[in-house]
Design a protein. Structure first.
Length: 119
């Protein structure tokens, strides 16, 4: 299974970006999907996740600014990022987890897309 992430780039503080992530071919029945990020020199952290029924959760620092959504028919997940801050600069990785698996070690990962927010 390969996930293709797109939509990253360079944006000024206060701006917006929308990330997308879709499988390149056939895929298992998908449960949780979402996004992690890895800021420079730091560990990877969960940003947002969404279940197949639409339940979401977010990292505290992005609540109210980021919105994740998904298209179940296309197994595609999105991350709308508004009011971006320099501290949001990171490589963003999408993930998809087989339905019924509850922990991150079962995640399949996208290749990462760079988001850079200038001050």
């Amino acid at each position: 299974v390969q996930l293709q992430a797109s939509g990253g780039g360079l944006v000024q503080a206060g701006g917006s970006l929308r990330l997308s992530c879709a499988p390149s071919g056939s895929i298992f029945r998908v449960g949780v999907m979402g996004w992690y990020r890895q800021p420079p020199g730091k560990e990877r952290e969960l940003v947002a996740a969404i279940t197949s029924s639409g339940y979401t959760n977010y990292k505290d620092s992005v609540k109210g600014r980021f919105t994740t959504s998904r298209d179940n028919a296309k197994n595609t997940v999105y991350l709308q990022m508004d009011s971006l801050k320099p501290e949001d600069t990171a490589v963003y990785y999408c993930f998809a987890r087989p339905f019924g698996m509850s922990t991150p070690e079962y995640n399949y990962w996208g290749q990462g897309t760079q988001v850079t927010v200038s001050s």
